[in-house]
Write a protein that binds this ligand. Structure first.
Ligand code: NPQ
Ligand code: MG
Length: 367
């Protein structure tokens, strides 16, 4: 495949409500969108999931834009016979920057699959037509506010609740949600806020029959998570730590996790995501598709990934209106607690030009 154009669009999209985690409060999202056009006139789309600030991982929007322009593009354009399968190898000499690399690979994959009239779900090996939707609930100012927020999401049909927690906001909110809503599927996500010394704070949550704690400690502390898992009844899921299939295999072998949150942006793309799915499945470890507040561009591809057989737990593939009043694509809506997997070629959705233009902060023509 030959590219004749690569554009980098930067958009600013307000969130419908502030989203607070242990690493800060987000009220809007800066989104980097990659748009490639092939010699046959086929357009491929992808979004980079990096945050505005390097607080979830070391990547951030300005850094991703810079590394794409100055380091990834030259390598991509030097690749003869470009296919999506060749992108990771072409970019391998650049260390890290997995979210930036994922955006490039995914845009090429979208163009390739649209050209072949094949959907992401078909290409990746999806086996279901719709996927169960969970929802991530931020840290709130009070328990009553939390309970009314959770009540609202359950009323919308979400099949699983994930609560952001941190020391000082853990026992009370988890206990209140469990007592008020009974045996709903419930999990926590501290985003690395605890240390091994805090283990008793997490052990206090053992009575609440949680599915797991997601990434309770530092992303580089696999051994610590293996130690922590011996001190808790509640299982451990990893998110930030799992940056590749290799690390997933190590984490599983070390007993650092018994569940894995797969995020294509975090691991370098959908092809590596499938490898992580395969490694986990080979080891009897369930996976689920995490979320990075993607717009419909990333949400469409995530829904396809979540349709693979090893994705047996509800993901953070919420409806568009969980985060945005107007999505960049036709909105994803919750139907009986599920999101329908797109079946059209490529990611299966097309961004709405007028919405893109209305939110555009800058546009860079890289090719
Ligand atoms: C997580 N996502 O699972 C991440 C955290 C997160 C749905 O909880 C902008 C972009 C803001 C990505 C805030 C969810 C974000 C973000 C939180 C990701 O750990
Ligand atoms: Mg997480």
């Amino acid at each position: 495949m030959k590219l004749i154009s690569v554009e980098l669009l930067r958009l600013a999209i307000p969130l419908v409500s502030p989203f607070r985690t242990s690493f800060g409060v987000q009220t809007s999202r800066q989104v980097l969108v990659v748009k490639v056009t092939t010699a046959d006139g086929v357009v491929g789309w992808a979004e980079c999931v990096a945050l505005t600030d390097p607080v979830y991982s070391s990547e951030y929007v300005d850094g991703a834009a810079h590394v794409i322009e100055h380091h990834l593009m030259p390598r991509l354009l030097a690749t003869g016979n470009l296919t999506a399968a060749r992108v990771a190898g072409a970019l391998h000499t650049v260390k890290g920057h997995r979210m930036a690399k994922a955006a490039i690979e995914t845009a090429v994959l979208d163009a390739e699959l649209r050209t072949a009239s094949t959907s992401f779900a078909t290409h990746l090996g999806g086996v279901v037509d719709r996927v169960p939707a969970g929802v991530s609930v931020g840290i709130m100012d009070s328990v009553p506010e939390l309970l009314s927020t959770v009540e609202g999401y359950l009323a919308e049909g979400y099949v699983r609740i994930k609560l952001k927690i941190q020391p000082g906001w853990d026992y009370e909110p988890v206990k209140a949600v469990r007592e008020r809503f009974g045996d709903i599927l419930l999990q926590t996500d501290p985003n690395t806020a605890y240390t091994l010394g805090d283990w008793k704070l997490l052990a206090a949550l053992d009575p609440f029959d949680l599915l797991f704690h997601e990434q309770p400690m530092d992303e580089e502390d696999l051994r610590g998570h293996a130690e922590l898992s011996k001190l808790l009844k509640t299982p451990i899921c990893l998110d930030e730590s799992i940056v590749s299939a290799k690390v997933a295999a190590d984490a599983i072998a070390m007993g650092a996790c018994s569940v894995i949150n797969v995020k294509p942006g975090r691991v370098g793309g959908y092809l590596e995501s499938r490898r992580i799915h395969d490694v986990a499945q080979a080891n009897g470890i369930p996976v689920w598709c995490g979320g990075m507040l993607e717009t419909g561009i990333g949400r469409a591809a995530n829904a396809a990934l979540a349709s693979l057989p090893g994705f047996t737990l509800p993901g953070d593939i919420s409806a568009s209106n969980r985060y945005y009043s107007q999505d960049l694509t036709p909105p994803f809506v919750l139907e009986d607690g599920h999101i329908t997997v797109p079946t059209a070629p490529g990611i299966g959705v097309d961004p709405l030009p007028e919405v893109i233009e209305g939110l555009l902060v800058s546009r860079q023509q890289l090719l």
